[in-house]
Ligand binder design. Structure first.
Ligand SMILES: Cc1cc2nc3c(=O)[nH]c(=O)nc-3n(C[C@H](O)[C@H](O)[C@H](O)COP(=O)(O)OP(=O)(O)OC[C@H]3O[C@@H](n4cnc5c(N)ncnc54)[C@H](O)[C@@H]3O)c2cc1C
Length: 420
């Protein structure tokens, strides 16, 4: 009997590595198609909040709701202005507003999005404390997934959604390395009741430029999902140049342990955090520097990017940050993982063999996601490495500059809203 578009996924035995944003979405979508899914997540407990805020183009939340990936009442804020600000002597407290850039973004909480996805993955599918240590091509379209201390299980299809240091990517493409961009993103959040004055953040996203980078500040729903004034969370991220030669020292925590790629909340060495907080007062208007100063348990991650030659080899696929990995300027980290999952599910629905579906999906994701990496690089160059002095510019010259630097278009969901 030949396969048809409606039955190629039925009973397909799928193993997923990683149970975060991309892994959960792949699991939800493929369970709904009738696949027999097992998800392996190395952490033994629920994932802790990885970040604080996520900005996505407005059309995206509607897509998530219409596919029942998130609840219709998921809390978020809509921002329509991206205000570009520079510290000047006369405008030391709030900064000189160079441009109120029109840009629509919906701002939500990373943890809120993750929990919405996680609760849609059946408990029987999601296996915790299962670290995958190797993948084995077994021939005849079968793949072995070897889990630490519990042997190897066989699948028809394996999707590696195991993040930016992906075992899957290293297995398929050992020659591909992630590239350090030369700067880190220092992050934190502050409860609104600690803020004192909310007004400067009310009307949208604030972007503070300074020589060598910029910082972004905006409200997201509070930890309990509250969007009520006084209960919100100020989410911020500040790009800071850190030479590759000093990155290891930067990523050494207060106990002397060296971390790979990121420092979790509260781990940063006291002298490192103190120096960052002092620098913030030199770089940004006082109002924003004070927010960083008051924020407890700040954290940081090194910025990397990576393009991949393909999204699959045989029956092993990559999804989310395990595939191409873009800088956060593209505001597409979580979005890309969800998009990869939706596209995989749609490909399995609309082709008459798994092979055809994967070929189509691979071609599309490789082109779209590598393009996103180039888009992120372009933004990184313009907004970090070669940022001009905005205090010498007005709205007209800012718009002209911005239009001239952004030449790459992205195709995922709503490209215009991500040019921030
Ligand atoms: C420290 C940090 C903070 C971030 N903050 C933000 C933010 O605020 N906003 C935003 O939009 N984006 C943020 N990002 C980026 C965002 O988290 C990712 O783009 C998004 O989560 C991608 O999801 P993913 O599922 O592809 O990968 P990840 O979220 O990285 O998840 C990978 C999962 O795979 C699991 N895993 C890895 N290896 C194995 C293995 N061998 N066996 C089993 N399981 C494994 C991991 O435990 C993890 O759960 C942040 C990234 C980092 C590193």
């Amino acid at each position: 009997m030949s396969d048809t578009a409606s039955d190629i996924a039925q009973g397909l035995k799928v193993g997923i590595i990683g149970g975060s944003i991309a892994g959960c979405t792949v699991a939800i979508e493929l369970v709904r198609l009738g696949c027999d899914v097992t998800l392996f997540e190395r952490t033994g407990e629920e994932l802790k909040d990885r970040g604080a805020g996520i900005g996505v183009p407005p059309s995206v939340i509607n897509t998530f709701i219409s596919r029942d990936l998130v609840d219709a009442d998921i809390p978020y804020f809509s921002s329509h202005t991206f205000t570009r600000i520079w510290r000047t002597v006369p405008e030391q407290r709030y900064g000189y507003i160079a441009w109120d850039q029109p840009a629509s973004l919906d701002l939500l909480n990373w943890g809120g999005l993750y929990r919405n996805l996680r609760k849609r993955v059946p408990e029987s599918v999601y296996r915790t404390a299962q670290r995958v240590v190797a993948l084995h091509e077994l021939g005849s379209g079968r793949v072995g997934v070897e889990v630490a201390n519990s042997g190897t299980q066989e699948f028809d299809l394996v999707v590696c959604a195991d993040g930016y240091t992906s075992l899957g990517r290293r297995t398929l493409f050992p020659e591909v390395a992630i590239q350090y961009a030369g700067y880190v993103l220092w992050r934190g959040f502050l409860m609104e009741d600690e803020l004192g004055e909310s007004k400067p953040l009310e009307s949208g996203v604030r972007c503070l430029g300074y020589p060598g980078g910029h910082g972004i500040f905006y409200f997201v729903p509070g930890p309990d999902g509250s969007v009520a004034p006084g209960k919100r969370l100020v989410n911020w991220g500040v790009y800071v140049p850190v030479a590759e030669s000093t990155l290891t020292a930067f990523l050494t925590d207060k106990e002397g342990k060296v971390h790979e790629g990121s420092l979790p909340p509260g781990a940063m060495a006291v002298p490192t955090e103190t120096a960052l907080k002092q620098k913030a007062y030199e770089r940004m208007p006082d109002y924003y520097a004070e927010i960083t100063d008051k924020s407890p348990n700040t954290f940081a991650y090194a910025i990397y990017d990576c393009q991949v030659p393909a999204y699959r080899k045989g029956r092993i696929c990559l999804a989310g940050d395990a595939g191409a990995f873009a800088r956060p300027h593209s505001a597409a980290g979580a979005l890309k993982g969800i998009n990869d999952a939706i596209a995989l599910s749609d490909a399995l629905k609309t082709h008459t063999s798994v092979e055809e579906a994967l070929t189509h999906w691979d071609r599309t994701q490789t082109a779209t996601d590598n393009n996103l990496v180039r888009f992120g690089n372009q933004l990184g160059r313009a907004l970090v490495k070669e940022i001009p002095d905005w205090s010498q510019m007005d709205a007209m010259s800012m718009e002209k500059w911005f239009t001239s630097i952004i030449t790459i278009q992205t195709e995922m969901f709503d490209a215009n809203a991500r040019k921030v």
